[in-house]
Design a protein around this ligand. Structure first.
Ligand code: UD1
Length: 432
């Protein structure tokens, strides 16, 4: 296994291009299953999860052509997906277990062919993560659902889903996306109530409309979808990754540096994060190509933060903000309301000298004067980034193990940070 070594204490300065968003790219690629035509996607990030989804889609009969590898870190890859025939409607355990977002093929397969069999994803490091909301939504669109031998078997009895009202008891990003894709090809009109409003959902909805879907209410908690018989070719650019942008904004602040994060439409996408970062003392000024970020004073101000669905403060920024608060001028109380086990970075940050105590879903972070480099273990994607951030300012060397988590969600992390002055290196085969 590889590990990342960071020599802390260097101020970051320069520009960091923000890649296409993982959480937008994955559903957009699944949307390719909805049409016999071609979906061309640009600005795709280089991530392990994208590769995993490609192998899943190939198994369903999708043909994937890479037009541009996206070797230029500022542009991303360009691929075309075409699925004239769905040759297999089973998503196997072997792939789904690697990446929970694989469940997003269920809606498109079911809508396109009238049936789908997808392995149940199981729990993951940050919580149980059930898929009951997805399944209830498909039932509301007329599907019959059976759970057998670890798989969900979904079937539309007449061969086509029927439009209906889907009311989500809890806001779910993945369930909203899955039902939105399924409803696009259902017979009649569907209304999705209490839909998640994350920008990645709007990105998906805009792409579906570009493919000929009829979706209104985009960006609101009620989506109305008039089902169509088929979708057609489209060309779509994946939105910039707001979580990557927020993470690098924190890197600039923690190192006392000044970074321009480069990406389109970052301000609306970062709603919920910007207010929190500004209260902590960061200045974030929009520029022609993105946003200029720096810390206005010497120390980060302690600010309380509670995670909520968009437009609230995102759970995917919680670990990184906690790393920043480790060095704040006072005390910060951070509450996680979305996932039940998302504090696994706490013991690792404490090994680096942070003073954090947890009580249920609340963490109390008492700012310390300095962090110290240590050998630490990445536990999930965003937790891993919190350790990178801590390592960038810690005194001495930090070694981060199990970095396959970072490879899932941060496009060319070492390359981007090296260019702005970090001392960071991927050490091949040295991890544990
Ligand atoms: C997506 C993001 C993930 C982010 C999360 C919350 C992707 C690929 N991943 O995950 O990075 O952290 O949104 O913003 O986009 N729930 C149920 N039943 C369900 C579905 C969800 O109880 O059927 C619960 C979950 O356990 C969780 C909450 O709802 O407590 C929110 O989960 P959800 O929004 O569905 O997250 P994901 O789509 O899995």
């Amino acid at each position: 296994m590889d590990r990342i070594a960071i020599q802390g204490g260097f101020r970051l300065e320069g520009q960091i291009p923000i890649s296409g968003a993982k959480n937008a790219a994955l559903p957009l690629m699944c949307a390719g299953l909805l049409t016999k035509g071609t979906l061309r996607l640009s600005n795709l990030p280089h991530l392990a999860d994208i590769k995993t989804l490609k192998s899943l889609l190939l198994g369903h009969g999708t043909k994937i052509k890479t037009e541009d590898e996206g070797l230029d870190v500022a542009k991303g890859a360009v691929i075309t997906l075409s699925s004239p025939d769905i040759t297999n409607t089973v998503a196997p355990y072997d792939i789904v277990r690697k990446m929970r977002a694989s469940i997003l093929v269920l809606g498109p397969l079911l809508a396109r062919t009238g049936e789908a069999t997808v392995s149940l994803p199981g729990g993951c490091a940050i919580g149980n993560r059930p898929i009951d909301l997805h399944l209830k939504g498909f039932e509301d669109l007329g599907a019959q659902i059976e759970l057998k031998e670890g798989y969900v078997r979904a079937k539309a009895p007449t061969g086509r889903l029927k439009g209906g009202t889907v009311h989500f008891a809890t806001v779910s990003v993945g369930a909203t996306e899955n039902i939105l894709m399924a409803a696009a090809l259902a017979e009649g009109t569907s209304v999705i109530e209490n839909a998640a409003r994350e920008p990645e959902i709007s990105d998906l909805a805009h792409c579906l409309n570009a493919m000929g879907a009829k979706i209104t209410g985009i960006g609101t908690e009620t989506l109305t979808v008039i089902g169509v018989d088929s979708l057609h070719d489209a060309d779509y650019a994946v939105m910039a990754d707001r979580i990557e942008a927020g993470s690098y904004a924190i890197a600039a602040a923690m190192t006392g540096g000044e970074i321009e994060i480069l990406g389109k439409n970052l301000v609306p996408a970062l709603t919920g994060t910007l207010d929190m970062l500004r209260s902590a003392g960061l200045s974030l000024d929009e520029t022609d190509s993105g946003m200029m970020v720096k810390l206005e004073s010497d120390l980060v101000k302690g600010v309380d933060a509670t995670t909520h669905p968009y437009p609230g403060f995102p759970t995917d920024m919680q670990a990184q903000v906690m790393a920043m608060m480790s060095l704040c001028d006072s005390v910060s109380v951070i509450t996680e309301t979305i996932f039940e086990n998302r504090f696994m970075h706490v013991p690792e940050l404490c090994r680096m000298g942070a003073d954090i105590t947890t009580h249920g879903s609340t963490a109390t972070v008492r700012g310390v004067k300095r962090l110290l480099g240590a050998e630490v273990m990445a536990t999930d994607l965003r937790a891993s980034m919190s350790l990178v951030l801590a390592g960038l300012v810690a005194e001495g060397d930090t070694y981060i193990n199990r970095i396959y988590h970072l490879d899932r969600g941060y496009d060319r992390l070492c390359e981007k940070l090296l260019k702005v002055g970090a001392r960071i290196e991927r050490q091949v085969g040295k991890g544990i």
